[in-house]
Design a protein around this ligand. Structure first.
Ligand SMILES: NC(=O)c1ccc[n+]([C@@H]2O[C@H](COP(=O)([O-])OP(=O)(O)OC[C@H]3O[C@@H](n4cnc5c(N)ncnc54)[C@H](OP(=O)(O)O)[C@@H]3O)[C@@H](O)[C@H]2O)c1
Length: 286
């Protein structure tokens, strides 16, 4: 009967576990997994099964998924290691007898050419060929990717990027988490591929305008060649791999790879997605 969630020590996985509990899934029917399980102590106290699962350890993964009828595979963080990590997790879930694997992919994974999309597209194919029924949750960009940068935007008066006039269909982590919880708690989703994005896409210039309106301080969008954007991210202290991936993702945004007009996300969560204005206001108030 149980539902296993990977990455429960991280932000998205934690929100999924919380949402499952909110929907009335019994704590003893949830298996929350991650590497650093100290972060899950409060969930263990509430009766959730907490299990250590490292995607580099196939045996440990199979143990962690024991008894799980459904597994939510939250994509891991290190881009270069993702595909191998994900194949080990899919194999382990299959060995443990899972009847459904839901995977958090990226928007337009089948057509996008940005660096990030490759491991997701390959994982989707591996899942399809695994013999275990799968659901693909092609999550768009998080609104939090931008709201977490508000202090930087306000300090410099600039939203920097290489996205041109491209539009991003961003939604909050909470929106994506609720969609995952829906898929995990209802029948009939096996075989589906959902393109999940915010109801109203925006350009980075529109982001700057919305931030100006929310704060009363003028912020403009500064479009940079990708190489200069990458250098700016390095100067801001980001690790080299992340700076490269983010600059490359902005080029993908410019090409429309982070845009969708699919209503899948609001349909799955049964309400409109979080708006940019609400996300900015929430972040500024916290
Ligand atoms: N859509 C977007 O805009 C966007 C933006 C950023 C990232 N993402 C992707 O979405 C995923 C979830 O986002 P998030 O915000 O929840 O990220 P997060 O807070 O960084 O959480 C990442 C989770 O992955 C787990 N993890 C990483 N490597 C692992 C491994 N080898 N074995 C086991 N667990 C491992 C971490 O576990 P421990 O902490 O226990 O090590 C953590 O629970 C990210 O991992 C990334 O792939 C999407």
């Amino acid at each position: 009967m149980s539902i296993a969630v990977t990455g429960a020590t991280g932000q998205l996985g934690r929100l999924v576990v919380e949402d499952l509990l909110r929907r009335g899934v019994a704590a003893h029917d949830i298996i929350a997994t991650g590497r650093n399980t100290d972060r899950l102590a409060d969930l263990a106290e509430r009766g959730v099964h907490v299990r250590q699962a490292d995607f580099t350890d196939p045996t440990g993964l199979t143990e962690a998924f024991k008894g799980a009828r459904k597994v939510l595979l939250v994509s891991t963080t290190t881009v270069g290691e993702r595909f191998d990590n994900h194949t080990r997790a899919i194999d382990a879930a299959a060995l443990a007898g899972a009847e459904l694997i839901a995977y958090t992919s990226t928007l337009n994974a089948h057509t996008a050419s940005m660096i990030l999309a490759d491991a997701h597209a390959r994982t989707e194919r591996y899942l399809r060929d695994s013999g275990v029924p799968g659901v693909v949750l092609r999550n768009g960009w998080y609104l939090e990717n931008y709201t977490s940068q508000i202090p930087l935007y306000l300090r410099s008066g600039v939203v920097p990027g290489s996205a041109g006039a491209g539009r991003v269909s961003a939604a909050s982590r909470r929106d994506y988490a609720e969609a995952a919880a829906t898929v995990l708690t209802a029948e009939g989703h096996a075989g589906s591929v959902y393109e999940l994005g915010g109801d109203t896409a925006f350009s980075l210039a529109e982001l700057a305008t919305a931030l100006s309106a929310a704060t009363g301080q003028e912020v403009v969008y500064g479009d940079l060649p990708a190489e200069r954007f990458r250098s700016a991210l390095l100067d801001a202290g980001l690790p080299a791999e992340l700076a490269e991936v983010l600059a490359d993702s902005d080029l993908g945004l410019k090409r429309g790879e982070l845009f969708t007009d699919s209503p899948d996300l609001s349909r799955l969560i049964g309400r409109p997605t979080t708006t940019l204005t609400d996300a900015l206001t929430g972040a500024l108030g916290s």
